[in-house]
Write a protein of this length. Sequence first.
Length: 290
Amino acid sequence: MTNKADNGHRMAPTSAPGRVKEITSISNPIIKDIRNLALRKGREETGLFMAEGLKLVLDALDSGWQIDTLIVARNQLHNPVLSKAAARTVASGADLLEVSDKVLAAVTRRDNPQSAVGVFRQQTTTIGKLDLGGDGVLVALDRVRDPGNLGTILRTADAAGVKGVVLIGDTVDPFSLETVRATMGSIFAVPIIRMSEGAFLGWRAGFKGLVAGTHMAGTTDFREPAYNKQQTVLLMGNEQAGLTEGLAKACDVLVRIPQSGKADSLNLAIATGLMIFEARRASLQLDNAG
Ligand code: SAM
């Protein structure tokens, strides 16, 4: 990886074609830099992250995400889709690394690696840039801790047409390998916003729609509010501690999903899925619905 700006971050590729390199050793310094992206520190220092698999790479390129480097299995380049993605990458000014299976396995830390791994520039947005329309739904997660939960929530939010996912406070990194894997490509489709609790509460003070918090002490059934009549924020609590007092107090309503049985609560990603589909119920229908 080259093109470092003064702050250590990589600059956007120039319009000149990218370089093509063949690498067979896992101790190659370029591979060492890319392997560092498995660590949060490495991602924070570079602003980059990895997405595994040809489908994800194509999703990202089609959605206009900026590719920095594409790593491909040299022995798979006969696949026309893979070689087309490689040509697209080089034409965009990013680098192409043609590597051995051993190198790909080391990069992804998997025994059976995919044929392609893309290194992309991280992209988040701000809450003010979102267009919620008349009845858009936003999901806000208080200090989400589990990468698998976050990935599953991003995938579900994408599937149901949620306008964005807000990460409040100290959260897991949405660009970790595990989260990106769990999104199955939705990381490239759903706008992500990162905010402190204070900044979120400041924004909430001027928000005219409905803020529905989910809470184990909520007294309103989650199917009651008229989500589809207004812009809505679904506020979800931390896996262990639930919502902070400040966030719970800022809600218009605290809803609960009824349970029977012995479980104290639902898994966060499951509870978020139920909330999203309930809030989006009126807007979702099968293509073949007559
Ligand atoms: N121990 C936490 C508490 O008492 O608040 C519960 C944590 S729960 C695993 C994580 C989050 O999932 C909750 O903060 C809430 O957002 C959501 N959740 C889980 N089960 C729920 C339910 N039955 N009704 C509403 N929200 C629920």
